[in-house]
Structure formats: structure tokens, C-alpha cells
Design a binder for this molecule. Sequence first.
Ligand code: RUQ
Ligand code: CUA
Length: 659
Amino acid sequence: MRKLPFPIIIFAALSLIASACASSDSQSNLGSEADQIALERSLSEADVAAALKTYTPSGVIDEYLMFSSGGHGGQVFVIGIPSMRMLKSIAVFTPEPWQGWGYGDQHHEELFAAGAVGDEVLTWGDTHHPALSETGGDYDGQYLFINDKANARVATIDLRDFETKQILKNPLSVNDHGGTFVTPDTEWVIEGGQYASPLAWDYAPIDDYSSEYRGMITFWKFDRSIGRIDPEASFGMELPPYWQDVCDSGKAVSKGWIFCNSFNVEMATGLDPDDPDNTEYFESGVSAGENDYLHIIDLDAAVAVAASGQTVQVNGFPLITMDTAIANQLLYFTPEPKSPHGVDIAPGGDYIVVSGKLDPHVTVYSFEKIQQAITKGGFEIDRYGIPLLDFDDVVEAQVEVGLGPLHTQFDDQGYAYTSLFLDSDVARWSLGPPYRQDGWKLEGTVDIHYNVGHLVTAEGDTVSPDGKYLVSLNKWSLDRFFHPGPLYPQNFQLVDISEPGPNMQLLYDMPIANGEPHYAQIIKADKLDPWTVYPEVGWDPGSMTVKPDAPQIGTEGVSRDGDKVTIDMTLMRSHFTPERVTVKQGDHVTWNLTNVETSEDATHGFAIPGYNINLSLEPGETATIEFEAKHDGVFTYYCTEFCSALHLEMAGYFLVEPN
Ligand code: RUQ
Ligand code: CUA
């Protein structure tokens, strides 16, 4: 590890800071190299401090990892903090050629097929909310879940190899948004809906909106022993067509409860081209009323109700109807301020924070007061019969933070941080007791650039956030970078939040060039223990076991049974075995490949031109491709990874004899 230069740089930069502070005598340290560089590059004292806080020397590993959604790029990005170096884009819903994701590998085709809608195989997704698996309310570094808002799907990623293992289509809903969020021990992965529609992708005229269109929330049961969601043990709950937005899982004192905000209690149905009297766009229709409803769901009770069979089958999936939810006291509402967004639970589970996009306050609900109000009873009900808790009974505080508040995160000092979309700021405010005695007030803001959506703090969704760093996930980058044509990158801004009080320091801008990230989570890097190579040669990442008939050294060959040809191939530096494969046009080809390497980073690729086949085989990995040899000709397969000095020689001939 390269250690020596670091103290020198610190010393040099400190001397610069010292010299800048002692303004009259600022010439004395100019001899140092760092001073000289700072002068030449016109770096301010703050710039130098920011550089020192983020600079990560070659060979030094970042303290934290951020897992960020990639938006409609359909992937998950992994970024080191504080260096803001991108480590990986994990392929999820969208084929990704570098990882050979979705270009012939059978296991990938099965995953994509499981996420299909009817016979429509989807090749993109809109990832929004990544959720790291938790144990006891803390990230445990084992699994990551992510939703596809566009098509209402959830995916499971195994953090042993950072690969997607499962894609599930929600049987109830066309789209989702309030997912994924996990319960404190990851028994349940939450997926809330968004734009109401008839359940099960059915049709109903939009004039029947109030009777036929529905919201939903789905509780996916996670089975940690197999590292997969078990759809058979999962269930949904029918909700009014109020456009459920973002959800969060209760933790600590509120463990077993789920909270979602909503934003179309008005039940607007959009501008009607056939009705001259209906001139209201959704943008005004859904915020016409003063309030929407925070949804409060007793998950533990819902699990018991589902287990007792009080469900109906919708698209073959168990659903708790609204009537059953009401009869069993599973669901409550309470008013939220105008056009709410975001719901975030404080580390102790005791406070629930909601923002109103058109209200300059954050509204903080008390879980204890919610419980008291439920016990007290005597509710009003909403138009679907759902009990409505009185706002004044359950609200703990409202703090004015600025314009366009969206999402909130927490630290270890009793502060909360709320993104302000319209102000392009992040606001720091203090939680009240037991976090801070002098709480419920704005502490300070930091400018960001520009239009922040989500924000994330280190370990920010756990019962014990670390604070220290915050990343602002900004939608617009405007003047921050060279503008590469009219499609601009997003901008992630790293902020130092370690100093108490009003000040937060912006440290670094990172352009995101391949997606529109929504949410992210930041985990301590030492909580992860990913594999360097697969545990055994012949490992199938689909089943996460060794495949007994995977090609091994000595078992390679080509065999034929009628028009079925099977190829068993191994890959190692710097050759394929076999190097020549001959088939007849129209043959059905099954091609099994194993990378028999056991050395770290010795990945080989496998590409066949003209057949849209492209694999990435990590050390030990086996894969199978199956296809019809429909094009005759000579196809030169080769290794796409520059794996060795003789990488160019890692090639072979696939000869398809014409009929
Ligand atoms: S929400 S637009 Cu997470 Cu702000 Cu999706
Ligand atoms: Cu193997 Cu290049």
C-alpha cells in the first residue's frame, strides 16, 4: 500500500491553510509543492480541504460503498465514498454487454423470462429504490433489492458476486414506486404501487375509476436460506386508488409497521380530450385538495390475516381486500400536507417524516401518538371506509425547512437532512427529544447544483446511522461539467456533514453519465465480503452451486445426437478448448463453457459474431448458451477480455456448413 506521500500532502496543504489564515505572511510557505499547485490551479483553502477529504491514493480502498439506482438505465451503480469512484454497474433489468448480461446466457434468459409480462420479455427497467438487506435494523452486506417502477418488478442481487439472481413481476400492478424497502430483519421486501389501475393488468373504463381502479402494496417474503424472495409465501393488500408514493418500513419501536405517503386522494383522472369542461391536467388535479393521506399499515397483523387465508386470489396471488383490511384493523390514514412526497423513519423508529412538495415544512408524526390514537378509536372514515386518524392527535412537530422538500435522511448527531428541490439546497434540521433537547429547528442549509431529488447519508436508513457523509442526488447539472450535447449527466454531490451546527461542506461533484439515479444507500465497506473468484470451478451463478456436468479440463469436446450438437468448452489463458467447432446449418447448438481459472481477475469473454452471443465468464464460472445455427458461414469466436499477453490468440472458428 502506498502510504508515504499522504502525510506530505497533508503537511503541505495544512501549511497552505495556515498561510492563508495568516494573511499578511502568506509568502512564507510558497516553496512547498502543494502550495505551488494550489496557486497555479487557483484552488481556495476550501478546495484544498475538500481535496484532502476525498483524495484516495492508489491502492487505498474507500471507507463506504454507495449502491445507487440507475433509473431508466435499469441498473444499479456501485460507487466508492469518499473518492466517488465508480466501481461497477450491476446489470439488473437491462442487458449489459460488458457483463455479458442478457446475450445468450441461459440463466439470464430465464431471469428475463420470469420478469416478462405475458409473452412480452422486457429489456429495460426504471430502477428507483435500492434496499440493502438488514439484520437487527443494520445493513448486513448480504443482499440488495431494487424495484422497476415502469413495470412493477423487483430484483434480488446477491452481494457475494454482485449479480442479479431474481426478477419478479408483480402480479397485481402495472407500475410501482414505493419499493424496495425491507423490514429490519429482511423478512419482508416492500413494494408499493403508484399510478392506480385495475388490478392484475386488467382493463376497466377510466370513468369507473373509483370502483375499478386500485392502489396496492405487496409484501414479498424473503427467504434468506436460499437468498431469494419466495413468491408462494408473499401477499398483497388492496388500497384505494390514491397513488401511493414512497414507503418506508418501521424499525426499532415501530418494527412491524409500514408507512406510505400518497398524492392523489383527489382521484384526478387527467385531462379528458372528449370533455371540454375537464381542463385539469394531473399536475393541478392531484394537488387540488389540501391534504393527502399517510398510509399506516400493521404488517404483523396483515401477515397473520394472510396466513389465516383471509385473502382472495388475484392473478393467482393472495390479496387482502380493503374490506378485510378494515375489518381486521390493518390500515389507517392520517392527513399529510399538500402534495406530499417521501416518508422516512427516524433511527429509533419513533418519528415518521413526510414532506409536502408544495409546503415549506417537514411534518413529523409520532409513532407513539399514532398508537394512542388507534387505541382511543372513535375515528372518522374516508370514502372507502378506512379509519382516519386526526392530524392533531398524531403530529409531533412541523419544521420549516425551505421550498420543495422531498426526502429526509438521518445521522448520528440527532440531525435530519431534507432535500429541497425548488431551493436546490439540502437543509439540516434537528430532531427533538430523545435525539436533541433543543430540537425541531432548522440548523443550516448547503447549496447544491441543482434540483436535488433524493439524498443519502452513510448507513442512513439503519437504526444507527454513521453521519459523516451525505450525497445529494441532483437531477440537473447545468454549469457543473463540460456539457456533452443536450443530454446532460446527473450530478452526485458529496457533502461533509461531520461538523455540528449550521455548516456542511460540499466536497465533490460526480457526473453520472449512464442513468438517472433516484435513491441510493451507503454501507460501510467492511460489512461486505464478496468473493474474489467463484468457490469452485464449474460454478453456476444462477443456482449458486457447482454444476456437476460443467465442462472441466479433460472433459471438453463436441458431440452430436441427430441435429443436436453439444459443445463442452473450457477457457483459460490463452485458449479455448476446443478451438474449432463445426456444425450444420439448422443444428440445435448447446454450448457449455467453463472458465477454469482460479486466479483473481482472470475473466474471459466469449463472443460469436452475428449471433448476438456475448458472455463474461469470471474465474470458475460456467454458463450455457443454446441457439439454432441458422446462419451458415465461418464465425470467429474470441475472448473479449484483454486477459493476457496472448489474448488476441484466444480465438476459434465456429464453422456452420450450409444446407
Ligand atoms: S421518489 S421519482 Cu424515490 Cu423521490 Cu421516485
Ligand atoms: Cu481470455 Cu482474452
